[in-house]
Design a protein around this ligand. Structure first.
Ligand code: FAD
Length: 334
């Protein structure tokens, strides 16, 4: 995202970065604003380290880097040129940019363009099932970028601990902001009082998927969509996925499958350990087993976190003297 007015945002200037102003001191993590952490500008040295994990690509003016509703090819690090960004949800409604900017302490101009050195990615790209993009991103003039595929991104996070942590923090903060705004994931259309909406929204909340509920009693668009798609009350709620696909009263499993949360391909070789349940005990066992070099399969019936994921505040966990929400703790473990 562009930041003409905030030269202190990045570290060293990236090659081709034409932003004016003196070389700023790199901000400490504690002092950097949420916006700076969310949209870091990599230094030339950091960009060189990223090159090992991806390929160079050139885009012609107007060419698409990300298309809303479609999974992207991985993470981009922009080397030269600018990328215009607009967002829209599954109903084609525009990203509430002003709300988003306010939430993260940015200006509207900051939100509209990506400049050299910036990282474009979503945390979903860490998995083998990249989630659908919530933005349209197009080259403004010619753009040169490094494209890092999901496996390259995972390798980078392991091999480049400090840089990897910076990128991972940015991706986590972007997802947190999306969840806070309810932007980017499925849109649930149905009465907020309905148990079916509660069932699906509870599942999405626990899974850390951003979503929005539109109540036809309060939203005229939702009401007309319902009239079009679900004349039968038994088919409520309807769920519009980021790619525009519509589901009528789906089960949690349907939703998990279409969101790419259910692994469809298991490795053909044998695993050393199979763990049933991704609660605190299962996740800890998986991490320590893997760190000893064992291949691990974790099978979970609902979603990661177990009972702990449902806890509003856990106050007796090491390292969190003021407590931590169960979902935050479990999401870190996951
Ligand atoms: C609201 C709430 C607040 C809490 N607060 C605290 C607290 O502040 N401090 C504290 O110390 N403890 C707290 N607890 C207790 C703590 O969460 C549990 O002790 C802890 O979660 C137990 O971990 P676990 O991994 O053994 O089991 P669980 O958390 O129960 O996880 C088991 C997992 O296995 C899955 N599973 C079960 N059967 C199958 C199957 N057949 N196939 C696949 N998956 C399966 C489940 O879906 C679940 O995800 C709280 C619990 C709750 C409910």
């Amino acid at each position: 995202m562009a930041s003409e007015k905030e030269p202190e945002r990045g570290g060293q200037e990236a090659p081709g970065n034409a932003r004016p102003g003196p070389e700023p001191a790199p901000p400490t993590a504690a002092l950097a604003s949420r916006f700076q952490q969310m949209f870091p500008v990599l230094s030339a040295a950091e960009i060189d380290r990223v090159r090992h994990f991806g390929d160079l690509r050139r885009f012609l003016p107007g060419e698409v880097l990300f298309q809303a509703g479609k999974p992207g090819p991985g993470m981009y690090v922009i080397l030269s040129g600018r990328v215009a960004v607009t967002g829209r949800d599954p109903l084609g409604q525009a990203l509430p940019v002003a709300t988003f900017a306010e939430l993260i302490g940015a200006t509207l101009e900051d939100m509209a363009e990506v400049v050299p050195g910036e990282v474009m990615a979503d945390i979903g790209q860490l998995s083998g099932n990249p989630s659908a993009s919530v933005i349209d991103a197009r080259a403004v003039g010619e753009v040169e970028a490094i494209v890092v595929p999901p496996e390259g991104l995972r390798a980078l996070l392991i091999a480049e601990a400090e840089l990897g942590e910076r990128i991972l923090r940015a991706l986590i903060l972007r997802r947190v902001a999306q969840i806070e705004m309810g932007f980017g994931g499925p849109v649930l259309i149905g009465s907020r009082k309905s148990p079916e909406v509660t069932r699906l929204s509870g599942f999405l909340e626990r899974t850390g998927i951003p979503f929005r509920v539109l109540d036809p009693d309060q939203d005229a668009d939702a009401s007309s969509l319902l009239a079009r798609f679900a004349p039968n009350p038994g088919e409520l709620p309807i769920v519009v996925m980021p790619d525009g696909t519509v589901f009528k009263n789906p089960t949690k499993t349907d939703l998990a499958r279409v969101l790419g949360l259910v692994a469809t391909i298991l490795r053909s070789e044998r695993y050393d350990v199979a763990i049933v349940g991704a609660g605190p005990a299962g996740l800890a066992t998986a991490v320590y087993g893997a760190s000893e070099g064992l291949s691990i399969l974790v099978l979970e019936a609902i979603t990661f976190g177990g009972q702990a994921g449902a806890s509003a505040r856990i106050e007796n966990y090491l390292g969190f003297p003021t407590g931590v929400s169960g979902q935050t703790l479990m999401a870190r473990a996951f």
